[in-house]
Design a protein around this ligand. Sequence first.
Ligand code: NDP
Length: 485
Amino acid sequence: MIKIKNYINGELIDPKNQHYIDNIDPSRGKVYSQIPSSDKEDVEIAVKASEKAFETWSNMPKEQRSDIMLKVADLIEERMDEFVIAESLDNGKPISLAKAVDIPRAVSNFKFFATAILHYASESHYMEGVGVNYTVRKPLGVVGCISPWNLPLYLFTWKIAPALAAGNCVVAKPSEITPMTAFLLSKACIDAGMPKGVLNIIHGLGQNVGDAITRHPKIKAISFTGGTQTGKTIASIAAPMFKKLSLELGGKNPNIIFADCDFDKALSTTLRSSFANQGQICLCGSRIFIERPIYDKFKQAFVAKVNKTKVSYPTDPDARLGAVVSKSHMEKILSYIDLAKEEGGTILSGGTQVFLEGEYEDGYYIRPTVIEGLDYKCRVNQEEIFGPVVTITPFDTEEEVLMMANSTQYGLSATIWTENLTKAHRVADVVQAGIVWINSWLVRDLRTPFGGVKASGVGREGGFEALHFFTEPKNIFIKMGERGH
Ligand code: NDP
């Protein structure tokens, strides 16, 4: 059985306490590897190593840092199949998805920030007759990165890459539920010649490792992606310590489909935005609002497509949905389906667990589920389910749909479907979300700001926003002229 190790000070090592926890393959419901159950002692060692490495890493010419990061990207690319298989096994997602999205995106994250740093210019503000201000941006020191299980390497590298590129050293914790590709990343870093202590990856539970990272006084910033409740806990500890905080949290994203949309495109993209990665993407649209004139037509066509969507084991090339990530998560999703019935909803498609045969009989599979007839204010329409469950609701006016769309505590993303340009802009302007897609979904340009409003988060990732977060500006003024004091 594979035993994952921590990556601390450039080496793969056991946790100090020698405790390990089981790692489960959700497609079979079986333990397949063990991961360190690290604690604050391991975090302490990593922080010390990081502090030591910071001096060299932060003063290294950025071209050299960039080269090392590009080498890491190349190694992930060379080992693509190994990473793809590991991600799919750990998370339960179809192998086709890990191959098309997760791992290529981890490569892009490293390449993007390794090169972005080469174009990161400092600003200057000239004052006529007085002087000039120039603003340098310095790395923060040791920073903490904590990421979730849904897009394991994709989101892990989305934080680590800008932090490293900007010259910081990193103590990072992947989700304990999906640690395998972070372990493979450790090996790639060693092989790429990443200096010791620059990146440290510590495996273990959130309440142990995550908490120790959050509380450590030498860790200057926390970049976190995960649930809103965990984000609240982290903020309550880190904010009074004046740490910089980037929090990417939950969502309950609306899909707003107007009658004048391109029907076929709206239909096929909505299928994807509902159920990709078993609905476990923070950007999935889980509340579908359809304008009344096309409600019945859309409903019938959507349900017909959902009924044909294959749920299967991850290596099945025809699988559109794989397993959800864990037994407890499956139970949570099923409990929301029960709640939907209690709240007066009608299940139009799915609504049940799927039992595969043979070696997959104990896996965690759920049929993609479509529910109608629920009030927009009910719990199923307000709380994040984070699974293959969507609700459909008709609307009559723009005002009504915006009121319903904006009614949750969340505000991560939204999609708008209409061929009317003016209406698209008007709705995009007032829908409460950090990211809006018009006539599309999940088209990502890594230069754009990424993040949510309200309980979906604080701060932005992506492009120079991420480099801003991982640096501190210092303004320096030089007097040149006679004016001023
Ligand atoms: P969690 O909040 O449970 O966990 C996220 C990470 O935080 C994990 O590594 C977890 O460790 C760790 N953690 C847990 N408790 C603590 C703590 N007290 N202190 C520090 N770290 C802690 O989220 P999930 O992993 O369940 O991920 C799903 C959530 O992530 C959803 O709400 C989803 O919307 C959100 N998400 C948001 C995105 C965005 O960009 N806005 C993108 C993707 C997901 P452990 O695994 O051991 O619990």
